[in-house]
Design a binder for this molecule. Structure first.
Ligand code: BMA
Length: 312
C-alpha cells in the first residue's frame, strides 16, 4: 500500500492527554515546541473548565516523555493594554528563537475577535509582552528564526473568520510596527484546503529554502477537516514560494485524530529539526490531546518541488 504521508506517528501517541495535567482542565492541545538547555520544551495550550486557554510548560529529555509544570506559565493579561484582547484566552502558541531570545507568538482571543500577540523570554521564567501585532480577525502567526535583510518577518492569516482565509507575510524593524504586507498563498478552490489556510509551524531553515508547514481546512458534510501542507520559501525573498507540495502531507487518520472535542483535526504548532535530518512534529489532535510524528526533512523537501505560480 502506498503511504499517503512522509510522517510516521509515534507508536504511543497521544503523548500528552488531559489526565497528564497536574490540575483540572478540559483539554491540552496545539503546543509550541523548541529546544531549551538541551531539553525539548513544549508550551502547552490548556483549555480550562471555563473554556478559556492558557499556556503551561512541559519538559522532556527524549522528546516524548514530558514532565509538566504544576501551574500555568502565561495567562491572559491584566494590563489594560492587553486585557480586553485576551479576556477569552491565549491560544495556539508558536516559539521562535532569535539570537538567544525565545519569542512567543500567540492568538489573543477577546470580545472583539482574535489577534496576534508577541512576547519574549530568555529563561522560560520571566515572560514579557512586546506587542499585539495585528488588529482583529488575524491568527496563526509564525515568526522567522532570523531577521532577513535586517527585518523581522511574520506570517499571519487575516480574514479566517469570514468566508475564507489566506496566508500573508509582513515585515517589521522592531516587532511592533508591521508593514510591507503581501499575500503568500490562498486556498485552492476544490482542493484539500479549499476554505482557509494558516501557517502551522515556524519556518525551518534548509539549504533549499525556508520550510513552512501550514494547515488547510476543507468544509465537509461532517464539519471541518484540518490537514497539513508544506511549502518552501526563498531564503532571501521569503515572500516568494520556491515550490510546494500539491497534496497534503499529513491528515487525520488515527482514532485519536478523528474523535474528540473537534473531530478530524491535526494542528501542529511546533517542529524540531534534529541533526540527523529528522523532523519531530508536535501537533494537537481533535482539540483534545497532543501527538508527535517524525519525517525526514529531505523527503518533505522533495515533495515541495512543484512550482506554485501555475498551480491554480
Ligand atoms: C482553529 C483554531 C485551532 C483549533 C482548530 C480546530 O481555528 O482555533 O486552535 O485547533 O480551529 O478547532
Amino acid at each position: 500500500m502506498l503511504a499517503r504521508s512522509p510522517f510516521e506517528r509515534f507508536y504511543k501517541n497521544p503523548i500528552i492527554e488531559r489526565t497528564d495535567i497536574p490540575y483540572s482542565c478540559n483539554s491540552v492541545f496545539n503546543a509550541a515546541a523548541c529546544m531549551f538547555k538541551n531539553e525539548y520544551l513544549l508550551l502547552l495550550r490548556i483549555e480550562d473548565l471555563e473554556g478559556k486557554s492558557h499556556l503551561t510548560i512541559a519538559r522532556s529529555k527524549d522528546g516524548v516523555n514530558f514532565i509538566i509544570d504544576k501551574k500555568p506559565w502565561i495567562e491572559p493579561s491584566h494590563d489594560s493594554n492587553y486585557e480586553p484582547y485576551e479576556r477569552y484566552g491565549i491560544e495556539d502558541p508558536r516559539i521562535t528563537q532569535i539570537e538567544g531570545t525565545y519569542y512567543i507568538v500567540y492568538t489573543a482571543f477577546g470580545p472583539y475577535g482574535v489577534r496576534i500577540g508577541i512576547g519574549k523570554t530568555r529563561d522560560f521564567k520571566k515572560f514579557e509582552r512586546i506587542s499585539l501585532a495585528t488588529e482583529v480577525d488575524n491568527k496563526d502567526g509564525v515568526l522567522f528564526p532570523e531577521r532577513i535583510n535586517g527585518e523581522y518577518v511574520l506570517i499571519t492569516r487575516p480574514g479566517g473568520g469570514g468566508q475564507r482565509g489566506d496566508i500573508w507575510i509582513s515585515f517589521s524593524p522592531d516587532l511592533i510596527y508591521w508593514g510591507k504586507s503581501r499575500l503568500l498563498m490562498y486556498p485552492r478552490p476544490g482542493g484539500w484546503g479549499s476554505q482557509k489556510l494558516g501557517a502551522s509551524t515556524p519556518p525551518v531553515k534548509t539549504d533549499e529554502g525556508w520550510l513552512l508547514f501550514y494547515h488547510g481546512v476543507r468544509q465537509t458534510a461532517a464539519g471541518k477537516m484540518y490537514r497539513i501542507g508544506a511549502m518552501l520559501l526563498d531564503l532571501e525573498k521569503p515572500y516568494m514560494i520556491k515550490g510546494y507540495a500539491p497534496h497534503f502531507i499529513f491528515g487525520p487518520e488515527e482514532l485519536y485524530e478523528r474523535i474528540g472535542d473537534v473531530p478530524n483535526v491535526v494542528f501542529p504548532c511546533g517542529a524540531i529539526l534534529e541533526e540527523d535530518g529528522t523532523i519531530k512534529m508536535y501537533y494537537g489532535v481533535a482539540d483534545t490531546a497532543i501527538a508527535m510524528a517524525t519525517a525526514n526533512v529531505e523527503e518533505i523537501i522533495r515533495l515541495c518541488q512543484h512550482p506554485y505560480e501555475s498551480a491554480w
